[in-house]
Design a protein around this ligand. Sequence first.
Ligand SMILES: Cc1cc2nc3c(=O)[nH]c(=O)nc-3n(C[C@H](O)[C@H](O)[C@H](O)COP(=O)(O)O)c2cc1C
Length: 287
Amino acid sequence: MVNELFQDIIRKRRSVRKFEAGHSVSKKALKRIIDCGRWAPSGANVQCWDFLVIDEPEMRDAVTDVFQRQAQRLVDHAKGFPAVKKTYLANTVAIVIVIGDPRWKVCFPQPTSQGWGKEYLENNEAIFLCSLGAAIQNIQLGVTAEGLTSAWLSGGGEDITNKELSELLGYPEWMRAYGTIPIGYPAASQNRRYRRPLEQTIHWNGYQPTKYRRHEQVDFYESIVRPFAMYRDEESMETWVDRAKKLGKWDSAFTSAETNPGGKLQPRADFSAPRVVGKATKRRNQD
Ligand SMILES: Cc1cc2nc3c(=O)[nH]c(=O)nc-3n(C[C@H](O)[C@H](O)[C@H](O)COP(=O)(O)O)c2cc1C
């Protein structure tokens, strides 16, 4: 029973970007939610986070303004990404901002031998970010367990937005808002979301090359499928009415256990920027 409840909360946690206006939440419930974040694991147990809880309407509106500007910058300078206007933040009952304190990275393994910097320092960053991710995830799950819903906004961590948030909320600018979690009551059903088939993601006792996702599939997702996979209220692409049109020859790579039937792997390629011409690319190239 406990397991069923747990699975239910995991599945019900959803990114919702439309909330009903006119609700409120108790400080007690917010404290229970934050306590979930407090119990997250962190490298060397440094707990490199602080949780800013915004539940006063005036401050919420000021934070909403910051994110409106952030959303507009995405539209202007990150064309092609299916960004959503952030006006919905005005209907939240609270907004939690998880800030990360980078000083704590010094507690992770530090290189002591010449030439070992790359080995350890890059991993310090990974440990730091994963710790913050665990806290953000725990908070989202805590929100779900309270019968509320939320989203996970990473845009607060962008330089300009983080500066504006730090000035508004008073935290040192060198700390960073790695996760912003608007909390509220959903305005529309958001019960499901696309997930890869379970069998496609599991590799028993070693990596199975037939489950490797080819470079071209990544390109196709970035350029064509992404907005639908992000926002549609469907778990499987098999139920998409426009499945054939949207997936084309990539249908089985997105819906079956195997993505790469030939089992041939590819050499590393440059994915530092999008690579193909599709709808997203055309939007990106618009002036
Ligand atoms: C690290 C990270 C950053 C994200 N950033 C944003 C964001 O800035 N804005 C947003 O609307 N959703 C953001 N999301 C939410 C994802 O789009 C969402 O988790 C994904 O589409 C799957 O949907 P689901 O959360 O409903 O299962 C982020 C999620 C993660 C884990």
